[in-house]
Ligand binder design. Structure first.
Ligand code: UD1
Length: 383
């Protein structure tokens, strides 16, 4: 039966893809019958911190194919993924291509597949920030338009898709695979103290009556402009006066801090700078934190699942359920909003939320079941 299916080509490219794909691969292997998979890494992220370490932590198998595209402008990176992905489809005759999230590799591989008549399934479909200055928003809109099967993490995404004319029959609300990885990794996540020690930072840094905060920043809108980044680091220094902060620094942000000469804004007695963290270390850092300050999409969801207050340093979010039901507050780059929210958190009045529907660790199982039913219903698939 399913053994006659061509492989399901599962695509990962950049860091936020890995924690979404890992549970899907496990669920496909555990499905009856097992679903045949070919894992393709585009190489959009390539170094140890941004890629290999996460593969280990998430127990992702080695990719069957690595396209090794590396970093470049959006156009060059997207074009290069497309150019290198096409022969993979020719060689393997897949039954479908599965893409996750909203990075350049997501769009590039969907576009190649759809033009060759290969069905596309998009996981984490329908999220919208309604901010087209975000490269991810363009990737989300276009990928959804050309996908054949769309899996949702939250029900409001259905309204976004309906507005864009995507028929409801293509859409399935399955929950959040990102949280499958949180559930999977939680028990093995090290304590923040040991993560600091591993980076030769005295773990006493965390011995503060108010605990500690975790910071990540990497959105081009926050870190690519010198004045914006300077102002943000200034507010974070004020936050650090009351609460020690642990930064996990994205390479883009680290290089911009150096390039703009902003390292003087970082007081090492109050702010610890770490390289990008592995999945489990990051989970451990977040789980023990008093607050997370971030512009990441994934961290907004993970903090909601962990019940840790999150201040999102953006004006909008494509994940509104984290604000409506979870622990997330949008504070933008507004100094007074950030400091007021911090006062609430340090005063024990931090936002408490609940874990949204189907953020239960079993989203990938629902995807595998739906995918099997969907693929076997397609007219051209031999059964
Ligand atoms: C990409 C995604 C973004 C995601 C983010 C997570 C797009 C449009 N953006 O942005 O949605 O939130 O990943 O990290 O797809 N670099 C390294 N090592 C690496 C990869 C990158 O040092 O393994 C450096 C390079 O200098 C590169 C810079 O980081 O130029 C930015 O990487 P890039 O993949 O272009 O974008 P991200 O900002 O990481």
């Amino acid at each position: 039966m399913m053994t006659e299916l061509g492989p399901i080509i599962c695509v990962v490219g950049a860091r936020p893809n890995f924690m979404k794909m890992a549970p899907i691969l496990r669920a496909m292997a555990a499905h009856t019958p097992p679903l045949p998979v070919l894992l393709v890494h585009t190489g959009q992220h390539y170094d140890k911190d941004m890629s290999d370490r996460l593969f280990e932590d998430l127990r992702l198998p080695r990719p069957d194919v690595n396209l090794e595209v590396g970093s470049a402008t959006h156009a060059v990176q997207t074009a290069e993924v497309m150019r290198r992905f096409e022969p993979i489809l020719d060689a393997h005759k897949p039954s479908c291509v599965v893409v996750v999230g909203d990075v350049n590799s997501t769009l590039a591989c969907s576009l190649v597949a759809v033009k060759k008549g290969v069905p596309v399934a998009h996981i984490e479909a329908g999220l919208r920030s309604y901010d087209r200055a975000m490269p991810e928003e363009i990737n989300r809109i276009l990928t959804d338009q050309i996908s054949d099967r769309l899996y949702l993490t939250e029900r409001t995404a259905q309204d976004n898709l309906a507005r864009e004319g995507i028929p409801a029959e293509r859409v399935s609300f399955v929950g959040n695979v990102m949280i499958d990885s949180v559930v999977f990794g939680r028990a093995n996540a090290p304590k923040a103290q040991s993560t600091l020690q591993a980076h030769k930072v005295d773990p006493k840094f965390l011995d503060h009556p108010a605990g500690y905060g975790v910071v990540t920043l990497h959105r081009p809108s926050n870190v690519d402009d010198a004045d914006t980044l300077r102002a943000l680091l200034g507010v974070l220094s004020e936050v650090a006066a009351d609460l020690p902060l642990v930064f996990a620094l994205h390479p883009r942000t680290r290089s911009n801090i150096d390039r703009f000469g902003l390292s003087d804004l970082i007081d090492p007695a109050r702010m610890v700078m770490l390289p990008p963290q592995g999945y489990l270390d990051m989970l451990g850092l977040m789980a023990g934190a008093t607050v997370v300050l971030t512009d990441s999409g994934g961290l907004q969801e993970e903090t909601t699942a962990l019940g840790v207050p999150c201040l999102t340093l953006r004006e909008n979010t494509e994940r509104p359920i984290t604000v409506e039901q979870g622990t997330n507050i949008l504070v933008g780059r507004d100094r007074s909003a950030i400091l007021a929210a911090m006062q609430d958190i340090l005063g024990g009045r931090g936002k408490r939320g609940r874990v949204p529907e189907f953020w239960d660790g079993r989203a990938a199982e629902r995807i595998a079941a739906d995918m099997h039913a969907w693929l076997t219903s397609l007219p051209f698939v031999s059964r």
